[in-house]
Ligand binder design. Structure first.
Ligand SMILES: Cc1cc2nc3c(=O)[nH]c(=O)nc-3n(C[C@H](O)[C@H](O)[C@H](O)COP(=O)(O)O)c2cc1C
Ligand code: SF4
Length: 617
């Protein structure tokens, strides 16, 4: 089979490693603008996977394609905040300037323009991706420049660098964003704490890391993580110390440490900023975890939308290797060997779910696994694996340095430490705010310059929507738990349209594995579209409740469980925004059956009463 030099290089890099299929496909896509059949076959052969699996993976990820895309593939971010910042008008003007229709390849194959889910630039939107590279702060002028560069066929490496500037927008720093630690300090503190282990524990730790013996050693640092009462920052809030302990006690080697940097929840961008500013702290937390659980290999799963962070992050890893903070014999400790590899995602929100993420790391479609067994015993390649959020690892590094009591002194009794919030929407100062847990919503609103606020969506579409009567509530696991999104809507906003945007998001991102979610999210979207088109009835509103019950009872993962949340929350708090769109009828079908028969009538040349569905008088 004929292969190009570029494809040969991809094949050589990944040959014989089926778990690298997704990474190989991302490279082929970047080179060719799609995955040609010959490349798919060559990859199947070289990596040793069935061709059907290769096509299955290509079909799963939004950023991969089996058909040619434009030489410049432009994807406008379509989160609700992008819409509030006028992305639709900008998209229309951009398409007009380039003479291209949304969703279609231009005649000359130069450009294709479409939308994609939130790209994590809500504090500087609207945003878009060109061939996977992120641009924020779009204006007519900026898009005109982009269009001119495309029309002139300018290679992207020659585009002005300022077009790709992404700002961190840190507005309020706390212990995470302002820690003052030098690289290696937290790790050294963890290793020093090993002196508290008994000689027997220390000996066990050495032999255990070499593949035999019982888990022990690094006990003192694990105790500090537990004493800190650190809970996961990715959404579910599981106790980190217990997770690490379960992995450490699980039988089997090797073990893995995985950092979840998929950050696909619309409205969330705090991991982007942590990785841009505090990568050392995150990698240090992963290394501390490796020391505690006895892992030699770690992965950072970076969402494809954050590809611009890949080179800087790899540079940090190189620097850490050179400084003896990664690799063999870390900080001079014989037997403490650990390294980190970055793997990219390719546009699938569900891959943030930890078991789907592991499937994706293994080069497969990101379909959530059945749980139990949990990743701590059967994770990457069925081996014990810790999966934690970016912010959780950063916090763990701080605890390794300062101890559990220090950490626990911040926040509330049930929610220790600080929390990063990604503040966006209707406020004067969007960006990243770090607060101690227990901070009331009203303070965040005051700090970010929000006025006349109607509602706040806490933790993105899978979280909760609150109205002004609840702004006294606190950011804390015991009151308003959040993975970080804090999206503000002022009184000019239509909360029905907010919920409708989120329903489109869930329908688009459902992985399709289980019927209740695949069909249920599509039904929810269709129902809200029907209401938007003026055909909704009270019957439709009642159906949403039933749909929610079905999804809660029978969906396979959290995406399905939470898909109705924004609709039910806004319906409860802003019902008139729905009701004013309803017809007074009790029921109107979502599907126009008589209209669908029009083609049959044309073909038979009939249009008499008998050729129409009978309607009741
Ligand atoms: C649909 C879905 C998407 C998720 N996306 C993310 C994500 O982007 N980042 C993340 O850390 N956790 C995400 N989670 C939660 C993870 O499954 C998991 O709980 C988390 O990574 C564990 O880390 P933590 O204990 O540090 O929070 C998601 C869960 C679901 C159901
Ligand atoms: S609930 Fe939805 S996203 Fe989760 S497995 Fe089922 S279809 Fe996939």
């Amino acid at each position: 089979m004929e292969t190009t030099d570029a494809l040969d290089a991809v094949l050589a890099r990944h040959a014989g490693r089926p778990e690298r299929l997704l990474q190989a496909l991302i490279e082929v896509q970047a080179e060719h603008g799609h995955v040609p059949p010959a490349a798919a076959s060559a990859l199947a052969e070289s990596l040793g996977v069935p061709l059907a699996r290769v096509w299955g993976v290509i079909g799963f990820y939004a950023f991969l394609s089996d058909r040619p895309q434009g030489r410049y593939r432009v994807l406008f971010s379509d989160n609700i905040t992008d819409r509030m910042q006028g992305n639709q008008a900008l998209l229309a003007a951009f398409c007009e300037k380039l003479w291209v229709e949304q969703g279609r390849l231009s005649e000359d194959g130069l450009v294709s323009v479409d939308t994609t889910s939130c790209t994590g630039l809500c504090d500087q939107g609207p945003g878009l991706l060109v061939n996977g590279r992120a641009l924020g702060g779009l204006t007519r002028e900026k898009l005109d420049r982009v269009a001119d560069l495309i029309l002139a066929r300018t290679p992207m490496d020659d585009w002005p660098a300022e077009l790709f500037e992404i700002h961190d927008n840190v507005r309020r720093a706390g212990p995470l964003l302002d820690h003052g630690l030098a690289p290696g300090e937290a790790l050294a503190a963890a290793l020093a704490r090993d002196a508290e282990d008994t000689p027997e524990q220390a000996a066990n730790a050495r032999s255990w890391r070499e593949g035999h013996g019982t888990p022990a050693g690094a006990t003192a640092t694990l105790e500090e993580i537990k004493r800190a009462n650190l809970r996961g920052r990715g959404g579910a809030g599981f106790t980190t110390g217990l997770k690490w302990e379960a992995c450490r006690n699980a039988p089997g080697q090797p073990r893995y440490v995985v950092c979840n940097a998929d950050e696909g929840e619309p409205g969330t961008f705090k991991d982007r900023v942590l990785l841009a500013r505090q990568a050392d702290l995150v990698f240090e937390g992963m290394t501390v975890c490796a020391h505690v659980v006895g892992a030699r290999q770690g992965f950072l799963y970076l969402r494809g939308e954050y590809r611009f962070l890949l080179d800087p992050l790899n540079a940090v890893l190189d620097r850490r290797r050179a400084a003896g903070l990664l690799g063999n014999g870390i900080l001079g400790r014989a037997g403490f060997d650990f390294d980190i590899e970055i793997r990219l995602g390719a546009g699938a929100y569900v891959c943030g779910e930890e078991s789907a993420l592991i499937e994706s790391l293994e080069g497969k479609r990101g379909v959530p696994r059945n749980r139990p067994p949990f990743p701590v015993t059967h994770g990457y390649l069925q081996k014990p694996t810790v999966v934690n959020n970016v912010e959780t690892f950063a916090a763990a590094a701080l605890i390794a340095k300062h101890g559990g009591d220090w950490y626990r002194a911040m926040g509330t009794a049930k929610s220790a430490g600080s929390k990063l919030l990604s503040v966006a929407g209707d406020c004067a100062r969007p960006g990243i705010y770090e607060y101690p847990f227990g901070t009331p919503v009203s303070q965040v609103l005051a700090d970010c310059g929000a006025g006349n606020t109607l509602a706040v969506q806490i933790s993105g579409p899978s979280g909760v929507c609150i109205d002004a009567s609840e702004f006294h509530r606190r950011i804390a696991f015991e009151d308003l738990p959040t993975a970080g999104a804090f999206t503000v809507f002022d009184s000019s906003r239509d909360m029905f349209e907010v919920a409708r945007n989120y329903s489109h998001f869930f329908a688009h991102e459902s992985c399709g594995f289980c019927t209740p979610c695949r069909v249920g999210t599509a039904m929810l979207k269709t129902t809200l579209d029907k209401i938007a088109a003026g055909h909704g009835t009270p019957y439709d509103l009642a159906e949403i409740d039933k749909l929610d019950r079905v999804l809660h009872m029978s969906a396979h993962c959290g995406l399905g469980h939470t898909a109705c949340n924004p609709t039910l929350d806004t319906l409860k708090r802003f019902r008139p925004m729905y009701e004013r769109r309803l017809k007074s009828l009790d029921f109107e079908p979502a599907f126009d059956l008589d209209g669908a028969l029009e083609r049959a009538r044309q073909m038979t040349g009939r249009d008499d009463a008998g050729a129409h569905l009978r309607t009741e008088p």
